[in-house]
Design a protein around this ligand. Structure first.
Ligand code: DP6
Length: 333
């Protein structure tokens, strides 16, 4: 119900208009949060408790090809594999598309391609929903501004609201009940020599979706009350670090933010622990490399894999220590 109100505010009359094209085709980058989104104040609209800040991954992300089909069901294809209609991802996507059909008979073939390893825990929701809403914008002929697409993408997945832009993006928590001020904003600063390394320590499926995990954390963790204050501090610090190109400050703040998020999960009940033994070895290796003077930091989301943060000048040294690392340069394609 609330979702529909949001869509009516953005699309108005266009909501009833039939599609202007029969296809849509769009790319959206994955994003990695340096200051995390963890906890919702509204589960229907994916409104966050706090703001967050991410960096988008350039050409790494998801491409959606959307086509109107004459059928009774949507057809969903992920990396060339047709998904069962009852798979969790299909259901989420169909539910999302239901919000935007100008008539219930309108069915789509949705073909999603991710060029980031699925196991990286990056392949799914953010880039996926952002690319779907961009493809839908083309097909329906809405011609919406990125801010509005950000609000609509958020209805599919919170972190998708940050995947409408490249570079650093802040997702403002906002304070309105309707979420019209809970929107991504692209920061003007760039950081040419910043590198992100994807460290896949385990290709196993997630033990628990971030959606379920964050809700459990909000409702059961005694540490969660400290999270909003921590985020406010980290956000302010990250912005200073970015403005002053203070890499140590950026790395420390991002790593500490991720560890604090995981601490709130450890204190949830039942406890949530996404790290595997391989994650812990990698973290210890990063800390020992830092003790030896190599400036490498990590962040971790709702899975065992790590994202390493370092500067171009140290890329070779980092790669030598983590031969399997895939290195991305978010600010230079
Ligand atoms: C740990 O955006 O996947 O990656 O809004 O329920 O779809 P939903 O959650 P999602 O959560 C992402 C959590 C995170 C941190 C982040 O990306 O900020």
């Amino acid at each position: 119900v609330k979702k529909f109100e949001t869509i009516k505010q953005i699309l108005g009359e266009d909501l009833q208009k039939s599609p202007s094209h029969s296809i849509g085709n769009a790319f959206a980058p994955s994003n990695i949060a340096l200051c995390k989104y963890w906890g919702k104040r509204d589960q229907e609209l994916n409104l966050p408790v706090t703001s967050s800040l991410s960096v988008s991954l350039g050409s790494k992300g998801a491409t959606t090809f959307l086509e109107i089909i004459q059928d009774n069901h949507d057809q969903i294809i992920l990396n060339d594999v047709v998904l069962q209609s009852d798979s969790p991802f299909s259901r989420r996507l169909v539910t999302f598309l239901n919000l935007f059909r100008s008539n219930p008979q309108l069915k789509f073939k949705i073909s999603l391609h991710s060029n980031i390893p699925i196991a990286a825990g990056l392949a799914s929701s953010a880039a996926g929903f952002a690319s779907v809403i961009k493809a839908l914008d083309q097909l329906m002929g809405w011609q919406l501004a990125p801010q509005h697409l950000s609000i609509l993408a958020r209805l599919g997945s919170g972190s998708a609201s940050r995947s409408l832009w490249q570079g650093f993006v802040e997702w403002h928590a906002g304070s309105r009940d309707d979420g019209m001020d809970s929107v991504g904003e692209s920061l003007t600063e760039t950081w040419q020599d910043m590198c992100i390394g994807l460290l896949i320590v385990s290709a196993k499926e997630k033990i628990l979706s971030s959606r379920v995990a964050m809700q459990r954390t909000v409702t059961t963790s005694s540490l969660y009350s400290a999270w909003p204050t921590k985020v406010a501090q980290d956000l302010a610090t990250l912005k200073i670090a970015i403005a002053e190109k203070n890499f140590s400050l950026l790395g420390q703040t991002a790593e500490s933010n991720a560890l604090t998020m995981h601490a709130t999960m450890l204190s949830a009940w039942p406890p949530i622990f996404y790290s595997s033994p391989e994650t812990i070895s990698a973290v210890q290796k990063i800390w020992s490399l830092r003790a030896q003077g190599l400036e490498v930091y990590f962040t971790q989301d709702a899975g065992p894999n790590l994202k390493l943060i370092f500067l171009q000048k140290d890329a070779q040294a980092v790669q030598m220590n983590f031969p399997e690392l895939e290195i991305l340069q978010p600010f230079s394609n």
